[in-house]
Design a protein around this ligand. Structure first.
Ligand code: CA
Length: 428
């Protein structure tokens, strides 16, 4: 199946700003609502949202086997179910429709009026109904940093970590798209030096810089996905801020891992960038020593070179970039995570989401959480407006951006941006 949508020489008849995250080589998928309250599946080229439901009704997907209302739905789950061949056919078709030399839509003003929206005139919704959400813990640097702070500096990595892509089952019910604000959560914490817990708003709310991948129907119950085949089962990726309450986490996480410290909110970027679009950016992942067990072994390039950045914007002030990291630092790859997840026969469905785990790089300015950047609050970060941060303050907006770049093309994710609101006034 050719993948000519990736051809870097292709140009669109739509005007696209230089350095846009969304050139014609990207063609991500999302769901948006228009000012007329129409919800549709769409793609984005430059600063335009493209209504794929309307394109389908107008016959632009003719020749591709799709159910009649495939793109008039409010989630991508059915489309993702159709598998990689269909994703590729549709992405190639969209690339053709907007190719500079193709007059079909370019020269049809009435169709253009129906199909094309300014991105500022639509509101992005969750792109999939997320059935299950799993969060991994696959950055060696992050696991080491957290181990040093929460446990034992001498034995920061637990013995299983180098053998298992460690993960836990999260909740999908509180995953929200970029732009939706999040309230500071309440919970139990154990103040330093005390023996009895107290209750109140978390004082240590943090972001986690992550990406997440979205799967198709990967298997049936009882049937593992092999590490070789795992990437075929991955539709695409988003940026992911896995909001965390560190003080709640510290008290509750023993022995079963995080619970209420993590499930009050997680925010994702709204456009799913396909694994197909990311192909030019595959790269080597870190050497794994000891060698993983055979079912996790793989050769070749299975990491992705995705530049990641986190900024904090206080209310009415300019933003400060607090971290620059890269997805390629991850010790365990997405295919290893999915192979491990299903090795016991666990079923993975279309629209399931798997978080990478916090992505920390090797240097202190590449850490993926305030917990690490401020080293547990010991080293406050200086903000551009003169204030300091150990964790996230009320009314701060956390912005995560991500993009791939080579000398021919830039494929980006846009951003996931969400504001932390004060705790809701409640009487207990
Ligand atoms: Ca996480």
């Amino acid at each position: 199946m050719p993948n000519f949508a990736n051809d870097p020489s292709r140009k669109s008849w739509l005007e696209i700003k230089k350095d846009s995250d969304f050139p014609i080589q990207n063609i991500p998928f999302g769901v948006f609502i228009t000012k007329e309250d129409v919800i549709t599946i769409g793609t984005r080229i430059g600063d335009y949202a493209i209504d794929m439901g309307a394109l389908q009704q107008l016959g632009y997907f003719e020749g591709i086997e799709l159910t009649d209302d495939m793109f008039m739905q409010d989630t991508l789950n059915d489309f993702i179910s159709d598998g990689r061949k269909t994703w590729r056919l549709v992405r190639n078709r969209l690339s053709d429709i907007f190719l500079d030399t193709n007059p079909k839509l370019r020269d049809n003003e009435s169709h253009k009026n129906i199909v094309i929206f300014n991105i500022s005139d639509v509101e992005m919704l969750l792109p999939v109904q997320i059935g299950d959400y799993t969060d991994f813990y696959s950055s060696k640097e992050h696991a080491t940093n957290v181990g040093k702070m929460f446990r034992d500096p001498e034995n920061a990595l637990l013995p299983n970590w180098l053998h298992i892509p460690v993960g836990y089952h999260g909740r999908s019910s509180t995953i929200v798209p970029s732009g939706i604000p999040v309230h500071r959560p309440y919970g139990q914490t154990l103040p330093n030096g005390e023996t009895q817990p107290v209750f109140g708003p978390s004082r240590l709310v943090d972001f986690e810089l992550e990406t997440a991948f979205i799967t198709t129907d990967a298997n049936i119950m009882g049937e593992p996905v092999s590490v070789e085949n795992a990437e075929e089962c991955i539709f695409g990726m988003v940026l992911f801020n896995d909001w965390s309450a560190r003080d709640i986490q510290k008290w509750e996480y023993v022995p079963l891992g995080p619970f209420l410290a993590k499930n009050f909110a997680s925010s994702i970027s709204p456009w799913i960038v396909t694994l197909d679009a990311l192909l030019p950016f595959k790269c080597e992942s870190p050497v794994q020593d000891p060698e993983p067990l055979p079912y996790l072994r793989q050769t070749g390039k299975h990491a992705y070179d995705i530049n990641l950045q986190v900024a904090i914007q206080p209310e009415n002030a300019e933003e400060t970039i607090v971290s620059n990291s890269n997805f390629k630092y991850m010790y365990w790859t997405m295919s290893q995570q999915l192979a491990h997840h299903t090795i016991n026969g666990c079923r993975v469905n279309s629209g399931d989401m798997m978080g990478s785990g916090t992505i920390s790089g090797p240097t202190p300015d590449s850490f993926g959480s305030m917990l690490e950047l401020s080293w547990g609050g010991q080293k406050p970060l200086k903000m551009n407006d003169g204030s300091e941060r150990k964790f996230i303050n009320d009314n701060d907006t956390v912005i995560i951006r991500g993009y791939c770049q080579n000398d021919q093309v830039r494929i980006g994710f846009g951003e996931v941006s969400s504001k932390l609101l004060p705790a809701i006034e409640m009487k207990f």
